[in-house]
Structures are given as C-alpha cells and as structure tokens.
Design a protein around this ligand. Structure first.
Ligand code: 8YV
Length: 320
C-alpha cells in the first residue's frame, strides 16, 4: 500500500497498479499538514512524496519507521533528513536526469527574458502602456560570446552550458567542490574559485543542491563582487539567495538583472518589488514542468517505490 501526496501523471500510477500496489493519492489542492501525512503513512507501507513542502525529517521518519521506502518525485532532497533515514534503514529514492533538459530550458528562458526585459514588457502591454517608440527605449543586452558561470556543474548545469554554447557560443566557467573532468573535456569548462566565478560571470546560474554550505550563499557580499552588467539566474532553490539582498543589488545597480524560478519564500509575495522591475523575470517553480520530464519523474518514482516494497535496492537511490 502506497500513499502519494499529490496528483501525479497517470503513467506513474499505472506502473504502481500493474505491480499490484494499492495506491491512495491525496489529490485535493491543498497542502497536507505534517500530522496528516504521518497519520496517512501509518496506514501505508510506502510513501511517494511530491514537492518539497512536506518535510521528511527525523520526527516524521521516527513516527513512520515502518515505511519500506520513501520515493521522492524530485531530484532535490533537501526536505529529507538523509542521515535519519539511513539510521532507520528507510531507503530514499529520487528522480535525477529526466528533468535536466526541462530545468536547463527554464534557466535559458529566464536568461533570455531578463536580457530582453521580456516579462516586464509583456506586463506593460497588458496595462495598456505600449508606449512611444524611440530607438533608445526598451533596450536589452545580447548574450553572444558572454561568459556563462555555473555554480554546481552537474547534469542540469551541463545541459544549460550546451544550450548556451550552441546558441551563443558562451565560454563556460564553473565552481564545484570537485572538478568536472567531463565538462572540461566536452565544453572546455574552466574551474574557478568561488570569488572568481562571481567576478567573471556575465550570466551566473545556480545548479547546486541546497545544503548548509549553499544556504544564503548568494548574499550582499556575493552580489557586491559581481559585474554591474551581470545576470543572476536561480532555478535551484530559493534559499540559496537572500532575496532582500538581491533586491537591493538590483536597485543599486550592482548587478544588471535576475531570473528566478525559485524564490524565498515560495510562493513569492505578489507585492514583492522584484515583480515590477524591468530586468527581472520570475516563474512559479516550473523548472521540471514539462510533459516529458514529469512523466519521466513519475515513472522513476514508481520504479523506486516498487523496488523498495520488494526489499530490492532502489534503481535511483539518494546516495546522501
Ligand atoms: C519540482 C524540483 O518542481 O526536482 C526538484 O528538485 O524542484 C522540481 O522538479 C518538484 O519538487 C516536483 O516534485
């Protein structure tokens, strides 16, 4: 018996049912309170958890230590206490890879939207403010040959770097804990220290996991080191940037623009001044929201769950 925390693509449910799993899905359009999740899980053998709202923390895991598997329908697992899960012997699955292209597309889309003020100009038209044409109005910037800086060069960062190379011949610099030899060979990527990444990137895109080390890393000090002409893109986790500091950096023209698919907090307050700035584009955490990616994620999450129920190793386990 498996409990699923949201409506997921049919392809995932079909796989589960074909394997003989009895599924209960929470399909109401409201967040599950933590106590409700625990109560539901006490009646099930496995959990398929969608999105980062429900915390799979030590309290949850201890209350639900009977679970044979927790299968996440996401690549990120910052909402999970991986150490507590390991100690309790509960395997955790996730869905890396299938969403890399979709998420990289979202970063690319934001980069272009910021460079040409696209979302802001769309909104001005909707407000009846098409405006008077002058050759010096509504000017954006071009991306050709500009340097792409990636913080956390893994699958998603690589997918973005390939798109940027193909479309704009953008040189690639990156900062990771370790070197990414494959990226250096394939894309001529250059590892740089963190401060150099800040100083040299024309477009700086975040693709790392949220950890205690990356939380709040993009703050006043970091924005202060970036080029005044630079564009900051976050499709990873909102908690990696300080949103007040980002707003100030934009207002004081320390950086040129920002594109966010993740905000801090989510949802973003509709009165947030970032939403009315010409060089800012914001999306409601849609990085992996394509038919292809979400179907792939549902399949992987179902495969992890089925393996866990059988007591087999998960095909896509969180290593933690
Ligand atoms: C999702 C994500 O929007 O995979 C992740 O880590 O942030 C996104 O793909 C969401 O968490 C889907 O469950």
């Amino acid at each position: 018996k498996a409990f699923v925390t949201r409506k997921i693509p049919d392809v995932g449910l079909q796989l589960l049912r074909a394997a003989g799993v009895e599924v209960t899905a929470h399909t109401e359009k409201r967040e599950l309170a933590q106590e409700e999740l625990i109560t539901a899980c006490l009646r099930h053998d496995a959990l398929l958890s969608v999105g980062g709202r429900n915390k799979i923390d030590a309290v949850f895991l201890n209350a639900c230590s009977h679970l044979k598997v927790v299968s996440l329908m996401s690549v990120g697992y910052d909402n999970v206490d991986v150490v507590a899960a390991r100690e309790l012997g509960i395997p955790i699955g996730h869905t890396p890879g299938v969403l890399s292209n979709a998420t990289a597309d979202t970063a690319f889309l934001l980069m272009m939207a910021v460079a040409r003020k696209a979302f802001y100009l769309h909104n001005t038209i909707a407000r009846g403010e098409w405006g008077f044409f002058e050759p010096t109005r509504n000017l954006g910037v071009e991306l050709n040959g500009k340097t792409l800086g990636v913080f956390g060069l893994g699958k998603i960062g690589m997918a973005l770097a390939r798109k940027c190379r193909g479309a704009y011949d953008m040189p690639l610099i990156y900062h990771n804990r370790g070197r990414n030899e494959a990226a250096e060979q394939e894309l001529g990527a250059r590892w740089v220290p963190f401060d150099e990444l800040l100083r040299e990137s024309d477009v700086l895109s975040l693709h790392a996991a949220l950890t205690p080390e990356t939380k709040g890393l993009f703050n006043e000090a970091a924005f202060g080191k970036m080029k005044q002409s630079s564009i900051f893109i976050n499709t990873a986790r909102g908690a990696m940037h300080n949103e007040q500091h980002l707003l100030r950096a934009l207002q004081e023209e320390q950086i040129w623009g920002a594109g966010l698919d993740v905000t801090n907090p989510e949802p973003m307050d509709p009165d947030n001044p970032l939403l009315n700035m010409p060089n800012v584009a914001v999306l409601p955490h849609i990085g992996s929201a394509t038919v292809e990616a979400r179907n792939g994620m549902a399949v992987m999450a179902a495969q992890n769950l089925i393996a866990g129920l059988k007591g087999e190793p998960l095909p896509f386990a969180v290593k933690g």
